[in-house]
Ligand binder design. Structure first.
Ligand code: IMP
Length: 176
């Protein structure tokens, strides 16, 4: 597949994404209000980088930042199903409250893998937010703070890539 950026359709504008980050930030703040400990906010790189940065500014709670990078795509639009850990959290997560911040749930394999790995570190809780959720798969993943449910488009921009490109588009687009 080749992408011609001029033929891209806008699925979500920056304004819509920022409004969603504000709305989710409020919900998350409300959810954690009776928890005294800090939130361990985990950004799933690289795709979540912009959403992570928008969202955390809207959460009114003590927080620490962490970054993990796993790869499930080996270029193009096809998922290989195999997940490789490229970088992981160094801190001890026992009894911590993890908020996992994702860009997109597609088949759900990546999220399932991340949650299983984090559970091994015995955190007090793991909650999940994702900017996009594709409705094409019966992935069975419960997203605690869901962003937008989208049809089965291959989307790029706002952190999401095609062969590592287009992450810097200030909107989420798709090719028809
Ligand atoms: P899953 O494991 O199939 O749920 O896919 C999750 C990962 O695949 C995401 O974190 C993205 O990196 C990538 N991905 C899935 N769908 C898309 C898409 O439409 N555009 C760009 N990347 C995608």
């Amino acid at each position: 597949m080749d992408i011609d950026p001029k033929k891209l359709k806008v699925l979500l504008t920056e304004e819509q994404i920022l409004a969603k980050a504000k709305e989710l930030g409020k919900q998350i703040t409300e959810y954690y209000k009776n928890i005294k400990e800090e939130i361990v906010a985990v950004c799933a790189l690289k795709g979540s980088v912009h959403f992570f940065s928008d969202l955390v500014k809207n959460i009114d709670h003590d927080m620490t930042y962490h970054f993990v990078r796993v790869s499930s795509y080996h270029g193009g639009t096809e998922s290989s199903g195999k997940i490789t850990v490229n970088s992981w959290v160094k801190e001890n997560l026992e009894n911590k409250h993890i908020l996992l911040i994702e860009d997109i749930v597609d088949t759900g394999n990546t999220i399932r893998f991340l949650i299983d790995e984090f559970k091994k570190q015995k955190p007090a809780s793991i909650k999940l937010t994702s900017l996009l959720i594709k409705n094409a798969h019966d992935h069975g993943i419960h997203v605690d703070f869901p962003g937008f449910e989208i049809d089965n488009y291959f989307v790029i921009g706002y952190g999401l890539d095609y062969d590592e490109k287009y992450r810097n588009l200030p909107f989420i687009g798709y090719v028809e």
